[in-house]
Ligand binder design. Structure first.
Ligand code: 6PG
Length: 262
């Protein structure tokens, strides 16, 4: 599929790819999963992938379950996690994992054992759930002390949060844990999240940002002063991995920088 794409270089803050609309963004996001699984297959392993939450990834899920994609993805070479989760049952419409399963994972040939929702049910506490999730990630990654995800998808809220790293929360500055459970006063909610340490160890981090409502925040995160406590999305700086922002035209309207001459 050929979709008009404009690339804008933001240096160490990443590369922005602007596509016309949310459908084109969903298709491009789906391609990143297909590519990660294909690369892992050639290397005789599974790709470690973390999906983002919220509404944006749902359209990507529909694309992945569609005929044009479902047979291209190497579902047997993916281990699927979530970069964050709400403290709700999997059956809740607020559940990032629950919604992804209902939108596409339950409709494709991915082994059940390769889909790893955070534990949010039973007698586990949020803190234990976060610790259990970190142990599962380390076990499946089988690597050194900081697991390396092949691909971490992230969203960005209009308040500059990403994953469940919300403005003014200490989770933004967590240096040792890989995952955290924390109370987000702003939401009056308990959230589970990857920490910057785990996110920034990834081989590739891809933000998915759509809609005019995020245009001002996107420009500030990308081009404004660094203030991670106020703009948590700025804490995402992969140590050595790639940082990409897939953005639709509506969310790109306030970007000050101009496209790379192609
Ligand atoms: C969550 C998400 C969160 C989300 C952003 C963007 O659990 O809500 O992980 O970080 O990605 O809020 O959400 P939308 O895509 O719905 O705008």
């Amino acid at each position: 599929m050929t979709t008009q794409q404009i690339s804008i270089d933001y240096g160490e803050r990443g590369t922005v790819i602007v596509v016309p609309d949310a459908t084109a963004l969903a298709e491009l996001a789906a391609e990143t999963l297909v590519s990660a699984s294909a690369k892992a297959t050639t290397e005789g392993r599974s790709a470690l992938i973390a999906l983002s939450g919220g509404s944006t990834p749902k359209k990507m899920g529909q694309v992945l379950a569609s005929d044009g994609f479902r047979e291209r993805a190497h579902w047997d070479a993916m281990e699927i996690f979530w970069g964050d989760e709400r403290w709700v049952r999997l059956s809740s419409q607020e559940s990032n994992a629950g919604e992804a399963k209902r939108v596409f994972l339950d409709a494709v040939d991915i082994p059940t054992a390769s889909v790893h929702p955070w534990e949010t049910e039973g007698d586990v506490t949020p803190e234990q759930s976060a610790e259990n999730y970190a142990q599962t990630i380390v076990r499946i990654a089988g690597t050194g002390d900081t697991p390396v995800f092949d691909l971490i998808l992230l969203g960005m809220g209009d308040d500059g949060h990403t994953a469940s790293l919300f403005p003014g929360t200490s989770a933004i500055n967590e240096k040792s844990a890989l995952t955290l459970a924390h109370r987000v006063e702003k939401l009056d909610d308990t959230r589970l999240t990857f920490t910057p340490r785990l996110i920034n160890a990834a081989a590739s981090v891809v933000f998915l940002v759509t809609g005019a409502g995020k245009a001002a925040m996107l420009n500030e995160v990308l081009d404004g002063g660094i203030d991670v406590d106020r703009l948590p999305a700025q804490v995402v700086r992969p140590e050595s991995g790639a940082l990409l922002w897939l953005v639709d035209a509506a969310a790109a309207t306030e970007l000050d920088r101009k496209p790379i001459d192609v």
